[in-house]
Design a protein around this ligand. Structure first.
Ligand code: ZN
Length: 105
């Protein structure tokens, strides 16, 4: 039951289901347009709009570094300048540590 209006059976988790468009796409693209690091973590690279984000960054922010951290190469792996493969529980903390040591903020 909704704690605000009392409606029953209408609540859903605040996530994007397969086939839905994420909320606030304008804000997402605004952030992409000003990013310096674009990391794609744990995705097949097959589901849009997220699958197109790396192409957007490469086109609009050519100086941004793009990296794919994944269990295995995604469909769009060739679009990334850097590719790191392995379990996210291992490669993501190591990548972030490397980024922080490099002085990136
Ligand atoms: Zn409600």
């Amino acid at each position: 039951m909704c704690g605000h209006c009392g409606a029953r059976g209408q609540l859903r988790p605040h996530v994007v289901w397969f086939g839905e468009m994420p909320l606030r796409m304008d804000e997402i693209y605004a952030e992409l347009d000003r990013c310096t690091q674009f990391l794609s973590v744990g995705t097949s690279g097959m589901v849009y709009p997220a699958a197109g984000f790396v192409q957007h960054v490469r086109r609009h922010v050519p100086r941004a570094h793009t990296a794919e951290l994944n269990l295995k190469p995604s469909d769009g792996h060739s679009l990334f300048r850097e590719r790191v493969y392995g379990p996210a529980t291992e490669v993501v903390p190591a990548y972030v540590e490397k980024l922080l040591k490099s002085g990136w903020r």
